[in-house]
Design a protein around this ligand. Structure first.
Ligand code: OGA
Ligand code: MN
Length: 201
């Protein structure tokens, strides 16, 4: 069901927002796992740019992140990867996107942190095809802030509240987006499906 809504939206407009997309127990387990990784010191300040251009710019991006290791997943992460694999094959079947692999990180925005308007592709690397964000927050209210603003190229901007279980997916190449500052801690799991990198020639 959730995958059908997602695929329909991406086919029609290039993006989809699906509340309640992920099973609640999975969302809860991922939230607890993110807290555990955080308590173990596994998060680092996110950076912007790539390679030598990488820099810490909290005015641009204030979240802290922890990459998931697909070769040593915690139980919640193993369930997540199984779910993401179903989503990958459904997208490839329904949208012919040729998605080959996924990279994913947890993100925690402390109160006041934001992420300025950007796209998810790097100038020198166009392997990211589909961006997915699964929110992990309990009982998010509009007044908590922290909305995702998505800017379709030829339609009005869209506001998405980061309520736990909501999944947002959009074509990485086409959509500017931004995270507005939140008044409370904001947690998400962000993943990018990549096409297989072409061998360098
Ligand atoms: C990102 C991003 C959006 C969100 O991590 O690149 O844009 O709503 N996240 O967390
Ligand atoms: Mn982004």
């Amino acid at each position: 069901m959730a995958f059908e809504a997602l695929i329909g939206g991406i086919a029609e407009r290039g993006y989809a927002v699906v509340p309640g997309a992920a099973p609640r127990p999975l969302v809860r387990a991922l939230r607890e796992r993110a807290r555990e990784v955080h308590a173990l010191g596994g998060f680092t300040q996110a950076r912007v740019g790539r390679a030598e251009g990488r820099a810490q710019r909290q005015d641009i991006r204030g979240d802290r992140i922890a990459w998931l290791d697909p070769s040593a997943p915690a139980p919640a992460e193993a369930s997540l990867f199984a779910w993401l694999e179903q989503l990958r094959t459904a997208c490839n079947r329904g949208l012919m996107l040729g998605l080959a692999e996924i990279e994913a990180h947890y993100a925690i925005y402390p109160p006041g942190a934001s992420y300025a308007r950007h796209r998810d592709r790097f100038r020198d690397d166009d392997a990211r095809v589909l961006s997915c964000v699964l929110y992990l927050n309990e009982n998010w209210r509009a007044e908590d802030g922290g909305a995702l603003q998505l800017f379709p190229p030829d339609a009005a901007p869209l506001t998405v509240h980061p309520q736990g279980g909501t999944l947002v997916a959009f074509l990485s190449a086409d959509f500017d987006h931004e995270v507005l500052p939140a008044k409370r801690e904001r947690m998400a799991l962000t993943g990018w499906y990549r096409r297989r990198a072409l061998p360098a020639c």
